[in-house]
Design a protein around this ligand. Structure first.
Ligand SMILES: [Zn+2]
Length: 418
């Protein structure tokens, strides 16, 4: 049993959060067992963390493990960036020792940024995906992980034989989708450019038969969109996926920037999920995510880092970018915090297990050191979104297990509190 006395930031719905000063949160056997105001008669045994604020663990719905070491390497558009930086970097993950090393580095970086759940592409090699699962399992990460699929229009070192890619995906799904309560397998065609019609159709039918999750990219870049429309001889990029059964309530499409009204209607009718990756979109000059129009269609939106086109795994930074990269539509702090926690949890069908600080939910949370004493609580959500870099992470906990503890913060800092 663990009891912590601190300030809680808890999302209630997409536009409301509660900030609970001087509360006690308890967890036992990996589950939140109590949340209530501090009571001196009952709580003499709790950890005093009034120098911190406690939030649900942060969730990243779109990131690339095998690209972690090429963050910040710039090219002015998607295709040259893939050719020059991404494909050579991913080719290195065919080596088991390299694949294991980058997986450990990646999960350590997620934990040090307060990310407790992530949805991950690995390189197009079985060993890359397998080492990611092994590292995630041993280190205690909660994640959806998939091997990237690509059987055309890519360098020979990365190109998979179609039948082999299908066989490996089936095998990885069977080995890992239900092996751990924290981990799932996700079918991962990289994007329509690099996947044959047969491979995409297999993903659609396997997902339907097995209630499997799917992740891919959609309409990120105008050159990509016209390439796909030409290659598949269809009117829209969305139709390519629709005709092959990839539009499901368990499908996450990253970017979705260059969409027509009809495509938004189709994605909404299939209850597809979209990952908004603002830092990546501006890094690669891909365009601006049409957040308002997509919301008006009732499509579920999550926020992703898209490392390595996103420059950092730090989701508080991506909350700020999600606001900054909307030129006219203001995303308010309560919405941004909701996206990173309960909203992204709901996107993954995990809202009953994680995403907010409620009794009975699994104990995924982070403690951030307050950079200054709390001066009222009303502005805390705004400060977390726009000055998140000033809140040094103290601890990251997944299902009750501490996966990160800052070595520089072992003694409490009181900031004038007694
Ligand atoms: Zn991506």
């Amino acid at each position: 049993m663990r009891k912590i006395r601190t300030t809680l930031v808890n999302p209630l719905n997409r536009d409301r959060l509660e900030i609970l000063g001087d509360h006690v949160i308890s967890c036992q056997a990996g589950v939140i067992s109590e949340k209530r105001p501090y009571d001196p008669a009952l709580d003499s045994d709790c950890e005093d963390r009034r120098d911190c604020v406690l939030l649900p663990g942060l969730i990243d719905v779109h990131t690339h493990l095998s690209q972690y070491r090429i963050r910040g390497l710039f090219e002015p558009a998607l295709f040259p960036w893939l050719d020059k930086h991404v494909y050579p970097a991913e080719a290195r993950s065919s080596d088991p020792a390299y694949a294991r090393g980058i997986a450990e580095e990646f999960f350590a970086a997620l934990f040090a940024a307060g990310t407790t759940t992530s949805v991950i592409f690995t390189a197009p090699f079985e060993v890359s995906c397998q080492k990611a699962f092994e590292a995630a399992s041993q280190m205690g990460a909660r994640a959806y992980i998939g091997m990237s699929l690509m059987d055309q229009n890519c360098p020979g070192q990365l190109r998979q034989d179609t039948d082999n890619a299908i066989a490996l995906s089936k095998d990885l799904f069977q080995r890992f989708d239900t092996a751990s309560p924290l981990l799932r397998y996700i079918l991962t065609p990289r994007f329509a450019v690099s996947c044959s019609s047969r491979l995409l159709s297999w993903v659609g039918s396997f997902a339907a038969d097995n209630a499997a999750w799917i992740q891919t990219h959609l309409s990120e870049n105008e050159e990509e969109v016209s390439f796909v429309r030409g290659a598949f001889k269809t009117g829209t990029y969305t139709q390519v996926y629709q005709e092959r059964g990839l539009l499901t309530p368990r499908s996450i499409f990253a970017h979705a920037i260059h969409l027509g009204e009809a495509e938004m209607g189709i994605l909404a009718s299939h209850r597809c999920k979209l990952a908004y990756c603002p830092d990546s979109n501006f890094f690669l000059k891909s365009g601006e995510f049409p957040y308002r129009d997509i919301s008006l269609h009732g499509i579920d939106i999550g926020i992703g880092s898209d490392v390595a086109a996103g420059t950092t795994p730090n989701m508080l930074y991506h909350a700020k970018m999600a606001n900054f990269r909307q030129s006219a539509h203001p995303l308010l702090p309560a919405r941004l915090i909701w996206h990173l926690t309960l909203g992204n949890a709901a996107l993954l069908g995990l809202e009953d297990r994680i995403g907010s600080l409620e009794r009975g939910k699994e104990a995924d949370f982070i403690l951030l050191n307050l950079p200054k004493p709390l001066d009222g609580e009303n502005d805390l959500a705004s400060e977390l979104c726009f000055c998140g870099h000033e809140y040094q992470l103290r601890e990251t906990v997944i299902a009750g297990r501490t996966v990160f503890l800052s070595s520089g913060l072992s003694s409490p800092r009181h900031h004038g509190l007694t």
